[in-house]
Design a binder for this molecule. Sequence first.
Ligand code: ADP
Ligand code: ADP
Ligand code: MG
Length: 612
Amino acid sequence: MIQSLLIANRGEIACRIIRTAREMGIRTVAVYSDADAKALHVREADEVVHIGPSPARESYLVGEKIIAAAKASRAAAIHPGYGFLSENAEFAQAVIDAGLVWVGPKPASITAMGLKDAAKTLMAEAGVPVTPGYMGANQDATFLAEQAAEIGYPVLIKAVAGGGGKGMRKVDAAADFADALASCQREATASFGNDHVLIEKYILTPRHIEVQVFGDTHGNVVHLFERDCSLQRRHQKVIEEAPAPGMNEVTRAELCAAAVRAAKAVDYVGAGTIEFIADASEGLRADRIWFMEMNTRLQVEHPVTEEITGVDLVEWQLRVASGEPLPLAQDELAIDGWAMEARLYAEDPAKGFLPSTGALELFQLPEDFGRVDTGVHEGTEVSPFYDPMIAKLIAHGETRDEARETLSEMLEDSAVWPVKTNSAFLIRALDHPDFVAGKVDTGLIGRDGDAMTAEPEPSPQALTNAAMAMVPRSLQAGFRLNAPDVRTTPFLLDGKRVDVALHGPGTDEPASAMLVAESGSVWQLSPWRAVGAAGSVAGDGAILSPMPGKIIAVDVSAGDAVTKGQRLLTLEAMKMEHTLTAPFDGIVAELNASPGEQVQVEALLARIEAAE
Ligand code: ADP
Ligand code: ADP
Ligand code: MG
């Protein structure tokens, strides 16, 4: 068994690999860039080596630096994780040439599966059904258009070197083909340095079903059943599960046998995934499932397979890389229950899934009823340099419903702030009637995603609970004499005004601001302070500045008679205008504001004396 391991990756997968290596008594070495100096994987490894500046192409993607780090730390083996250098055959070869153990397949297997066209050709020869289409060398635009017409629209143009959902164009009609081809080629050149494409029949009602395979150096290959990754956004996986809903034993047996054939055809060693696309318009049928590509590495969603089989796939990787045979034979593997994984991203679905970066002042994920694989911790920064996936939440249950409900609860109990996450989006996706029914195809989010991406809002009850902790008892007492039991009072919620129903006595030690955590989202609530509508906090007629800002208009003079709700002055703060109005009928007894003046938070701007 290898005694030491360098992990050429970062984030959750680096932490995941370190965990198993440690359990196996293997010394771990982490590498890190400038941006990751305080990252979790650096904290958890036995040794660390700095490999350069933050951009991945100057650190995590530089093979020579990784190999030098392994030499310097006397690591015996390198695990590449996923992404970065994991499917780079040249790097795998360089690792082997340096006398190190490569935890992955042979470089020749990576090359054979590296380009989608060559892989499909090879698979077809091995008797694996492949997605119908053109996968030849002729890249002439007119010729490709003819092929598309022959395949029949809609078609999918794919960059042969593509990955991560990039370099793909769906084309619905011949008239759009030339433009789509040109734009796909441009993206392929920019992203992958290779403009070759293939054309596939676009499968209708598509479901993404993949099979986990495992080979060893003794010629054994097994499968560990299928995963369903059909819930996707822009060809990228959002929620994955195992097994696949609606899978029957006959189809499973044929699909998994095809996956094992595929792995054997490339002499496969280690963990790999055969991805298939299924036409699910009439359920899952073996004659409507086709090979799409092979990922020659550990997959992001591997935990769902671990949960239903009880196998630690990283342990198997390390054993196989050490020359041991597979720990279990095919007939010793079985499916136990159901598992589901959600990918938690630092992003803002309501703002077009814009990545959200910054310090994680609050980062709490529940670990008591499911598995959490994460690469960050409270107090660290989410940097803009890498993939924004910050954690994976994985639930296991006896049934699909049980796994789904547990996963939903785990997301509901998550609290991350001020970095935004997609947790509310994930909860809504898990709750979509088609997903609940197991009738998910890859287009679901494209069709119904708008409702899932709406900005989450706290419930009135959650707001009231938080607001009551900010209201001083003394002020409340005075108010209750002639006010109704429930009073609507303005507060600031993430900088925007909300009117909150208050009831109850208030508190002796009012908080100045408070985080409201509910249903997987977190907001900041702070007192509005200014006297707005009747029932406001400052019941004595004091008009206080709600935040630091600039007075942009004053509508009254000292001594003026004003009526309740009348505008007194306007403040500009946080790029917004805030109007301060009279809380009740009265006289402007005091006025300390003039246009253009900068004011501090809670400055007394005016005071209204109630009319007799
Ligand atoms: P899966 O999610 O099924 O494991 P993906 O193809 O989505 O597989 O890739 C896994 C990770 O690797 C993701 O973080 C993705 O961003 C990254 N990745 C995969 N292929 C590429 C590529 N060609 N270029 C850049 N990043 C990639
Ligand atoms: P990548 O290397 O980017 O992962 P894939 O070939 O695995 O590329 O395709 C990514 C996703 O695109 C699939 O999961 C599926 O949702 C969709 N897709 C791929 N091929 C087809 C097809 N022929 N018809 C319909 N959807 C497809
Ligand atoms: Mg894929």
